[in-house]
Write a protein that binds this ligand. Sequence first.
Ligand code: NAD
Length: 504
Amino acid sequence: MTDTLPDLARGVLPRAALYIGGRWREASGAGSETVLDPSTGRPLGTVPDAGPADVAAALAAARAAADAGTWADATPRARSEALYRLHEVLTGMADRLLDVVVAETGCPLRLAQGQQVGLPLRHLEYWAEAARRPELTARAPVVTARLGGPATLGGWAVRREPYGVVAAITPYNFPLLENVMKLGPALAAGNAVVLKPSPFTPYSALLLAEAAERAELPAGVFNVLTGGADTGAALTGDRRVDLISFTGSDTVGAQILAAAAPRVTKVLLELGGKSALVVCADADLELAARIGAANVTTHAGQGCVLATRHLVHSSVLPGYLAQLRGMLDGVLVGAPRDPATGMGPLIRAAAVDRVAGHVERAVRDGADVLTGGARPAEGSVPAGGFYYRPTVLTGVRNTWPVAQQEIFGPVAVVIGFDTEAEAVELANDSAYGLAGHLVSRDAGRAFELACRLRTGTVDINGGPGYTNPDVPFGGRARSGLGRENGAEGLDEYTQLKTIKYHAG
Ligand code: NAD
C-alpha cells in the first residue's frame, strides 16, 4: 500500500487513454477531466473525454466482436475460461487496485479492502463459473394430430442468446464493483461491452481494461471509454447499442430511458434510494444503533442501499437516539489511508455543498440536529478534502424534502412511530423502492414486515452483511428496472429464442 500521491503517480495509475478493439488509443478531441483525490482535493491525473468519433469507434469494435460470433458463439466453457483468466490477472493486481480505488473514491482502507476490491473479485469469479450455464433447454416433445393429416411428433428448444452490444454506464461510489457487476454477466452471456465509468473514478475501469488486455480477451469484446455525460449520452443514443445497463441517479436513469425509447432498446436501471431502517419495539437497541450508525457513515453515506430514514418505535426512541449519537460521535472522520479512520470524504466539493444545503433547509423547516450538521473543524481533517460530519436530524416529517430526496451523504433523519402499520406506511411513503432494513428480536414477525415493504431488498438485523453475487439485487419504482446478480441477473443479458422442430 502506497501512502502518498507521488507514489501513486509513479506507475500505480493506469494509462489515461481509451481502450477500443483491444488497443489503447488517444481520444480524438481535446477535452479531458482532471481526476481528484477526494481526501485532499489534489489532482491525481487527467483522463481524456471520449468524443463522438471515439464512441463510434468503440461501438464499431464491439459490434464487430458481437457480430463475428467468436465470443457469442464460443462455447460456454471457452467464455468461462477467459473470465477465469481475467479473474486471475485482476487478483494479481489487487494491491494496485486498492491503491487506485482508495485514491479516486476516498473510501477508507478497511471498507475498500472488502467492498471495493475483495467483493468485485468474488463477483468476477462467480461470473466466470456462471458462464458455463447451458444455452439450450428443451421442452417435452409432443405428438399432435394434424388437421386432416397424420399425427406429428415435434417439440421446442429454447435458446438463450446474447443481445449483442451492451453499453454499461456506472457511478463513482463503488466503481470496480459496479463495473464488474455489469461486465461479468454481460460477457458471461456472450455480449460485447462498451463501459463508460464515472468521470470521477475512471482509473479502476482503465485497470480493468489493462487486465482484459493481459488476459487476452478477444479484441472488441470489452472496451472502455472515459468521459462524462456527453460521452454517456452519445452511447445511449446510438443505434448500434442493443442493451443499456445503467447504475446511477434516478434523474439520469430517466433521461436514459427516454433516449432508449425511440429504438425500444432494452434498459436495465439500478438507481437511487431513500431506504428505511425500521427499529421495532422489541429490537436489540445496541444492534439497531450499530446498524443505524453504519448506514450513516459507510463510505460517507455514498451507498445506494443505505438507510437514511430511521423509523423508530416511540417506546425505544430516546434510547436509540442516545446510542446512535454516542456511536457517531466516536467515529473518526479523516484520511482514507489512516487505519483509524471510520469515515472518509465525499466525492467532490459540490457533494459537500449539496449535503449542507439539505441540512440547512431541513433546519429552516424546523428539524433539530442531534449530531453533526456541519463540516469538520479545520485541522481535524486533511486540508482541501471534501468532508462533512456524520449527521442525524430529528423533528422531521416524512413528507419533507430531507426525508424524501436522496442526499447521498452522511445524513439520516429519525422519525418515531407507534404501530407497525404506521411504520410500514411511512417506509412505503417514498418515490423510491431500493432497500429496507428491519431490527427486531422476533424473526418471524420481522419476516412478515419485510414482505410488506415495497422494495427490492430487505435485510433483517443486518442480514449476512455483504452483496452475494448469487442473489438478485435491484429496485422498484424510481429505484430502477431489472435485477443484477444471480441467475436472474444473467437472464437480463440474454434474450430467448424458441426453435420449433418437427421430428420425422
Ligand atoms: P449519476 O447519475 O450522476 O452518473 C452516473 C453515470 O452516468 C456517470 O458515468 C455519468 O457520467 C453518466 N451520465 C450522466 N449523465 C448522463 C446522460 N445524460 N446520459 C448517459 N450517461 C450519463 O450518478 P453518480 O452521482 O455517479 O452516482 C450516484 C448515484 O448512483 C446515486 O443516485 C446512487 O443511489 C446511485 N447508485 C445506485 C446503485 C444501485 O445499484 N441501485 C448503486 C450505486 C449507485
